[in-house]
Design a binder for this molecule. Structure first.
Ligand SMILES: [Fe+2]
Length: 307
């Protein structure tokens, strides 16, 4: 199976109108490269608004990706709390976060993309996370790493944590018979290690980057122990807007956070993961905006009519 991994799309028709079109270009590019399955690890939308979830839903549908066998999604902090774009939004952001019904948002996300949750295993029927989806030799494990808002402990609503209840359920889910012998790929929004050392440039993306700086994953050792105990083969994540792979204490990680919003102008990043029973190959593909356009022309070309 060839997996295309994207993250942190930050679709926002109000403030970032080009992002949705860029996502379409990445879908087309990956499909031209024969991707079998798409994984998107959160921050699909920027402001957490229904119109942007619907626009993304529409894009998935256009490429026949609104299907559990083709796409797996996990939630990011922006999908719940939204974010700030203009400097003045900082002042109203805490009130906005306090008004958010966290559990309701988790459920709404699942309902928006319900087709992608078909044939998915949960520990109880009303759970949103964790989940397991088995496709052939692979078991995708979906985890929610967003942390509820707190004025002091999580003031930008960007920090991550996997709570006790989810850890318990993960242990039970990962012990299920259906997962025996499967290649296990964990999908989570928050990063475990930072890839980028560059300071964010001051500009429109400064505020998003500011959140990433404070967006640590709390109690990550406990989560890493669960991954090791259950022999997770690969962890796919985003949150930090960089793409790359790294290894830490027998665990492999890929960050797809730089798919669209990265430090290189006019460049996309797309993670490709080729999974065979004996090995997993990870590759970060850098695509020039111009080349993606050319690939697109190939993909959408009309058949030549011969009269
Ligand atoms: Fe994020």
């Amino acid at each position: 199976m060839k997996i295309a991994h994207l993250s942190d799309l930050h679709i926002c028709q109000k403030s970032r109108p080009k992002n949705l079109e860029k996502v379409r270009m990445l879908f087309e590019y990956a499909l031209n490269k024969k991707a079998d399955h798409f994984v998107i690890t959160g921050d699909i939308v920027h402001l957490g608004e229904a119109e942007d979830f619907n626009a993304f839903r529409q894009a998935l549908n256009e490429f026949d990706l609104l299907d559990s066998n083709r796409t797996t999604l996990v939630i990011g902090n922006h999908d719940i709390f939204g974010g700030v774009y203009l400097a003045e939004d900082i002042l109203t952001f805490p009130q906005k976060c306090m008004a958010v019904d966290y559990q309701k948002k988790l459920l709404e996300f699942k309902n928006f993309f319900f087709e992608t949750y078909e044939n998915t295993l949960f520990q109880s029927a009303d759970d949103t996370y964790p989940f397991a989806k088995i496709i052939g030799d692979i078991a995708f494990i979906g985890i929610n790493s967003t942390r509820p808002y707190s004025r002091f402990k999580n003031p930008f609503a960007s920090k991550g944590m996997v709570d006790d209840a989810q850890i318990k359920k993960m242990n039970r889910l990962l012990s299920r018979r259906e997962l025996t012998g499967k290649i296990k790929i964990a999908l989570i929004h928050h990063h475990f290690q930072k890839l980028g050392k560059k300071k964010p440039a001051f500009g429109s993306s400064f505020l998003i980057n500011l959140e990433s700086i404070g967006g640590k994953l709390k109690k990550k050792k406990r989560l890493l122990n669960v991954f090791r105990r259950h022999k997770i083969n690969l962890v796919l994540h985003g949150h930090e807007h960089q793409s790359g792979h790294y290894q830490s204490k027998n665990l492999r990680f890929m960050n797809g956070g730089g798919s669209i919003d990265n430090n290189e102008p006019d460049r996309f990043k797309l993670n490709f993961i080729k999974v065979n029973p004996s090995k997993i190959q990870c590759k970060v593909k850098t695509i020039a905006y111009k080349d993606a356009f050319e690939e697109r022309a190939v993909h959408v070309r009309e058949p030549v009519m011969i009269s």
